[in-house]
Ligand binder design. Structure first.
Ligand SMILES: *[C@@H]1O[C@H](CO)[C@@H](O)[C@H](O)[C@H]1NC(C)=O
Ligand SMILES: *[C@@H]1O[C@H](CO)[C@@H](O)[C@H](O)[C@H]1NC(C)=O
Ligand SMILES: *[C@@H]1O[C@H](CO)[C@@H](O)[C@H](O)[C@H]1NC(C)=O
Ligand SMILES: *[C@@H]1O[C@H](CO)[C@@H](O)[C@H](O)[C@H]1NC(C)=O
Ligand SMILES: *[C@@H]1O[C@H](CO)[C@@H](O)[C@H](O)[C@H]1NC(C)=O
Length: 343
C-alpha cells in the first residue's frame, strides 16, 4: 500500500527541478512496476474466480439430459420441454422434436394428421389457428406456439409425457402467410421443422372444396356437417353431390392457389422441412416412414379411420365436366384433367 499511496500522491508526482535525484527516479520506476504487477495479479485472480463458476453452471444445466447419440448438427432441433401444468417425470429426458404441418384445406391433412397421431410418440394438436383470436397478431400466435411446444397445450391428441415429436396443423390462410417473416424467425429460434403437405391435382382439391362448402350449408349427414367421414356409407352420401365449377374464373383460381403454395415454400425455404404430396402418400404408404424418419421417431405402422370421399374419376364428380375440360385443355393445367382416376 506504500507504493500506491506514493503513486497517487499529487506532491510526489509534481516533484521537479534539478533536485530530483537519480535515486528518486529509480524509486518511482520501481514503484510503478510493482504497482503494475499488483494490478495484473488482482485481475487474473478475479478472472479465475469468475470463469470457474460459469463453467460449473453450464454443466449443471446440461448434464441431466445429455445424449451423446445425438450428432452436433441435430442439437438445435432437440428439446427438453418443462411443462407448467405437469411433470414429464421419467420422460423428462426424452428428447422432443417440434414440427408444424403446413397445408391447405382439402389436401389430405386431416387424414395425414390422424395417421401421425396413431404413433405413440407423436402429438399433433390440430388446427389451433382456426381460431381467429389466436392468429389475430404475432404475439397471440407466438403465445399459442409456445404453449404447444412447451407440451402445455390441451387437446385430444396430446400424449404429453413420452411425446417425442409435438406439433400442430397450420393452414396457409390462417395467419401463416401474413406473418411469415416473424414466424420463420420463430421457427429458426425454436428449432421447428416443417412438413409441407400439398395436393398435386389442384382441380381435385377444388372439387373437394366445393363439395365441402355445399355440405356445410346442407348438412347431408343427418343434419350435421362433416369435413371427414369414418364410413363408406357416409362417404357415398357426400360424394353424390356434383359441384358445378365456374369456368370463367377457373384458371385464375388454380393459378392463385399454385402461387400461394410456391410463395409459402419460398418464405420457409430456410426452415428445416420435408415436402409431401397427398397423391404420393395415397399411392405409396412407405412415404409415411420418411416422415417418421424426418421427425426422428421410431418406425411404426400408422393407421387412420378416415375414409376417402371422392374416389371416382373426375368426369363423374363434376356437373359441368365438358365445360371444365374445354377450359383447361391446352393450358398449363391440362395434366389435372387426365390425372390418375384413383386420386
Ligand atoms: C393480440 O391479440 C390478443 C388476442 O386477441 C389481444 O389480447 C392483444 O391485445 C393483441 N395485442 C396486440 C398488440 O394487438
Ligand atoms: C415412445 O413412447 C413410449 C410410451 O410412452 C415410451 O416408452 C418410449 O420411450 C417413447 N419412445 C421415444 C423414442 O420417445
Ligand atoms: C342417420 O341416423 C339414423 C338413425 O339414428 C342412422 O341409422 C343412420 O345411419 C344415420 N345416417 C347417417 C348417414 O349418418
Ligand atoms: C362466375 O364468375 C364470374 C367472375 O367472377 C361471375 O361474374 C359470375 O357471376 C360467376 N357465375 C356464376 C354462375 O356464379
Ligand atoms: C415408396 O416410397 C419409398 C420411400 O420414399 C421409396 O423408397 C419407394 O421407392 C417408393 N416406392 C414406389 C413404388 O414409388
Amino acid at each position: 500500500m506504500v507504493e500506491q499511496r506514493f503513486f497517487f500522491n499529487k506532491d510526489a508526482l509534481v516533484i521537479k527541478g534539478p533536485k530530483k535525484s537519480h535515486a528518486l527516479r529509480m524509486f518511482m520506476l520501481a514503484a510503478v512496476m510493482i504497482c503494475g504487477v499488483y494490478i495484473c495479479s488482482v485481475c487474473l485472480t478475479q478472472l479465475g474466480i469468475q470463469s470457474r463458476p460459469r463453467k460449473l453452471k453450464m454443466e449443471i444445466m446440461e448434464a441431466p439430459c445429455k445424449n451423446p447419440a445425438i450428432p452436433y448438427y441435430e442439437i438445435p432441433y432437440v428439446h427438453y420441454p418443462e411443462p407448467n401444468t405437469y411433470s414429464r417425470d421419467e420422460c423428462a429426458c426424452t428428447p422432443v422434436r417440434f414440427f408444424s404441418i403446413v397445408s391447405m384445406q382439402r389436401s389430405g391433412s386431416g387424414w395425414f394428421e390422424t395417421l401421425l397421431n396413431s404413433h405413440v410418440n407423436i402429438s399433433s394438436n390440430g388446427e389451433i389457428f382456426s381460431s381467429k383470436e389466436r392468429r389475430g397478431n404475432i404475439s397471440a400466435i407466438i403465445r399459442a406456439l409456445d404453449k404447444v411446444y412447451n407440451l402445455d397445450w390441451y387437446s385430444s391428441a396430446a400424449k404429453n409425457d413420452c411425446t417425442a415429436a409435438v406439433g400442430l396443423k397450420w393452414m396457409l390462410n390462417q395467419g401463416l402467410m401474413e406473418n411469415h417473416v416473424k414466424v420463420a424467425k420463430y421457427f429458426s429460434r425454436r428449432g421447428v421443422s416443417l412438413i409441407f403437405l400439398f395436393r398435386r391435382n389442384l382441380l381435385r382439391r377444388l372439387v373437394s372444396q366445393l363439395a365441402n362448402d355445399h355440405d356445410r350449408n346442407t348438412k347431408q349427414l343427418n343434419g350435421t356437417h362433416k369435413a371427414h367421414v369414418h364410413s363408406t356409407n357416409e362417404a357415398n352420401i357426400l360424394a353424390r353431390y356434383k359441384p358445378r365449377i365456374n369456368t370463367s374464373e377457373l384458371i385464375s383460381t388454380l393459378r392463385h392457389t399454385h402461387k400461394f403454395i410456391t410463395d409459402a415454400m419460398g418464405h420457409f425455404r430456410n426452415t428445416r422441412h420435408i415436402v409431401l404430396y397427398y397423391e404420393d402418400l395415397v399411392q405409396n404408404r412407405t412415404k409415411l416412414m420418411d416422415v417418421l424418419e424426418f421427425l426422428r421417431v421410431p418406425p411404426r405402422k400408422l393407421v387412420s379411420r378416415h375414409v376417402k370421399i371422392h374416389t371416382r374419376p373426375l368426369p363423374k364428380l363434376v356437373e359441368n365436366w365438358d365445360d371444365v375440360y374445354r377450359s383447361l385443355e391446352g393450358t398449363e393445367y391440362r395434366s389435372f384433367l387426365n390425372a390418375n382416376y384413383d386420386l
